[in-house]
Design a protein around this ligand. Sequence first.
Ligand code: EPS
Length: 398
Amino acid sequence: MIRFTTAGESHGQALVSILEGVPAGLPLLAADVNAQLARRQQGYGRGRRMQIEQDTVEFLAGVRAGETIGAPIAMLVRNRDWTNWQEIMDPAPREGEQPHAQRKRAVTRPRPGHADLTGLLKYDRDDARDILERASARETTARVAAAAVCRRLLAEFGVRIGSHVAHLGGIDARRPDPMPEDVNAAADASPLRTLDAEAEAAMIARIDEVKRAGNTLGGICEVVVDGLPVGLGAHVSWDRKLDARIGAAIMSIPAVKGVEIGIGFQAARLTGAEVHDEIELAPGRTRAGNVRRRTNRAGGLEGGMTSGEPLVVRVAMKPISTLMRPLATVDVATGESAAAVAERSDVTAVPAMGVIAEGMLALVLADAFAEKFGGDSLEEMRRNHDAYLSHIARRLGG
Ligand code: EPS
């Protein structure tokens, strides 16, 4: 089983991830992780914070001489902004500081749509900073670091994960047909990670307009995974279905409000004949069991298992809840009506969300790989994987 956890506050000293279950012998360099961290920092519409940070990983454990050793992998990403927040975020009490004393920049005017108010009530805090620092999407840095290791593992088996922005703030991007061979090479070249230059110009104009109005925007990313073998996940129990595991992982991304697999909600409006993907023999398509689906409306999953067709997941993000022209709220210190706090933030982070969704899929898929193929070393996993594929290849038309 591959699992991970993270720790870290947005303006604390650092973010930490611990990733367990990665087999020994996987080649792994800090550069593999840093490349993904840099991708997550991109995107038109982000705020000044991204000019301060330059995320790079330090391996603290589990990696030796450029290879994993099968032990938990501990990773650290330092927050450069910490130097500006040390007094506010210091773990130690300051000289003479009483418990519950308000530090500078205390937040008592919770933002509608943010974790501020619900967290403050639930955890019995007076300063919503105790909540928002952890609710911040900065935490996704640590996820992307863990996911980069999983991507490295999946790459050993020919699995490639890419994403692009399909919609931003009311503007649809056309989906190219066929999709570019390397989705990320094309998307990363765009400031909004979109594959439609015309839509991109309109999206940039929309972001500028909304920024001037002190407002924010959401959008939709599409993630595509190529090279998956048939049979990851299982139909037998609710918590082994890959759709369910993908849904939970994607919905855990801050501000994500919806996830679709394949044609998703559209399938509900169509007939069976319009929805289901017809099957034909395709000798040589080993990963899919020597068959092909004539269409891929199912998005690469049937019965909670990969079908061998590309996995296609669409992810909807709501607009960021920090507005520079704030919405109405209640000040928890005075009990009076007030305008919500307006902390520095992004206008939109949809392009970054696509990179994070790629990462969450990598984590789920690497776990499903480990479940299906096992192995304490990469070579043991590879032997199991190859034996399965050669068996599958003999089944139909082989
Ligand atoms: C965030 C607010 C902004 C974003 C941040 C998420 O940070 P700050 O409060 O320091 O301006 O830049 O995202 C990141 C720091 C990141 O690395 O993605 C929030 O409130 O969620």
